[in-house]
Ligand binder design. Sequence first.
Ligand code: LAN
Length: 669
Amino acid sequence: MKEPSAATAPATRDDLALASCERAVVRGLDYLASQQEADGAWRGDYGGPMFLLPMYVAACHIGGRPIEPLRRDGMIAYLSASQKIDGSFGLHVEGSGCLFTTVLCYVAFRLLGLVPEDERVARARAFIHAHGTALGCASWGKFTLALLNLYEYDGLQPVLPELWLLPASLPFHPSRFWCHCRQVYLPMAHLYGMRARMPADELTHALRREIYDRPYDSIRFIDHRNTIAPSDVYEPTSSALKAVNFVAGLYERVHGRALRERSLARLLDHIEFEDRATQFIRIGPVNAVLNTLVHFFRSPNSDQTVRSFAALEGYLWDGHDGTKMNGYNSTALWDTAFAAQAMLDTPVGAAPRETLQRAHAFVLNNQVLEDLPDYQRYYRHPCRGGWPFSDRAHGWPITDCTAEGLTAALMLEHAGLPPLPEERILDAVKLLLTWQNRDGGWATYERQRGGRWLELLNPAHVFGDIMVDHSYAECTAASLHSLALCRQHFAAHSDRTHDELLQRRAGTAIRRGERFLRKCQLADGSWEGSWGVCFTYGTWFGVRGLHAAGVPSSDPALRRACEFLYQHQNADGGWGESGDSCRERRYLTSASHAVNTAWALLTLVMAGEAREPRCERAAGFLVTTQLENGDWPRQSLSGVFNKTALINYENYRRIFPIWALTRFAAASA
Ligand code: LAN
């Protein structure tokens, strides 16, 4: 798709005057407002990971749910657009050379109807054969192949259902895992326990010939439990995991039927709870697919199976590059909370009133109002008062989404929109307080429940940091920022100060959060981001958190953060961070990027640097790269998870640049 051309010629010093910033903000606001949906939310393409769509396609194939032709064409277009010249696919769309995704995308191509002779299929196959065939896929790839009857279960490391029967007090009980990890391995354990796989048909036999270099029946899969292509290893198998796998392998040989049945029943109970809690959306795309298949294999046409397949459609997205499966059911609350905050920072009257009213309705309508019945039994944290990343129906509130939702609601109230009822503010604050970890930080969905040593047991190969939820700079800063805003808010409304205890607890929480943020600032002055690329993202949060805690600009922590940013500023005034920064955990420069630049400029302005010429140059970069229509050009992906998987936040480039420019203009006027 052709992008509209850049609006202005490279800036002269005069162009950088505040007036041009303000014009850019007004144009940007108009564009942002035009992207709002009828229900008041912003939603964006949330593609990036290349294993999701193939898993969806595999589920439809296994479940005998044909994909309608138009949609199929969109999916083929997406896969074709994402394939690299060497025939491979990356773990994410900007990467390359990952065997796991190349094999899955290969299979998806074929299930979607492409013939083996098709040039794209042939190229992918050549890559697979040059890299050790499907035997070298990362574990989730092998698992998906096993469901498709393209890999044998004895070639998988056991995923023991019995683990869920152990006492929850054990330090390695699944209830201690990060909820995303737990919710993926839950249905996997069920499917593993059932040895679920579709019957072989003609296509199965053809694929078996295509993805291996010898007859399928001659392969001793059991010898390939540990076969893994170097391209698929981010987290190598530790000796601890090898030992666990060995013991699990022995157990699997001798396990009894009765206990297996009981375990499967327990797993099903947890799976069904997740179905109810999320209205079949599920926490994310991977367990959405796997839970669907659990129901399918148990009963192919049950109500649960039908509802599951229907809910999967909510993850599909028609993007500029074709039809994909998104990384979440939507980005609605997150995008909307930031869009509202950015708009509310613009001069009064600049943002259309109806836009704010609709955003307000969306934020208020999507706070979770009730705890789930029996939630402790299913290892869930309380929900009441929280906000999910997408919407209320999703049912899994997150620390920072709650924080940003609450911040947006309070800011909207200050702008004259109807207030969030007081009990609902208090519920959100109380929930935020229950989420704080002992180290003073906040994790994502739950408090930290297990030791960091559990990372040694990470069996996924391609991801890092998936085993336990632990404090993150971003989640901490967001939580602290909203608690600080709430305290101010209560102080300003004398009728709302009755809850002094809560006020005091919030004060303590903020101080502990501040200590955590100081502790995780790196020696070079930056913070490492975990959910955005990467150090510019983390540093924006770090500084935003300290600033909210009342730390003055003169504080050495903030000075060091500014120094860090200046050191990495590009000659054109912008900042650009390569996605590889997340993998390698160090700042890797690339071409200036509107979103990285906006984060850096927001940070510097917050730290009192607005009058610094280097900030003016940063603003100049944003102004001159804005498109005629008020948008910014699409650049490399800005989001990430688990160190290796980049993910698209389509609305970031429409939100953060105007936010940064408006704050810059206000602070330097
Ligand atoms: C997300 C999406 C939202 C994101 C933020 C709220 C932005 C972040 O600040 C905290 C972490 C969180 C909740 C997050 C964690 C990891 C997720 C759920 C994702 C990036 C969306 C997809 C990803 C999920 C893990 C994908 C499935 C893969 C697995 C390894 C289970």
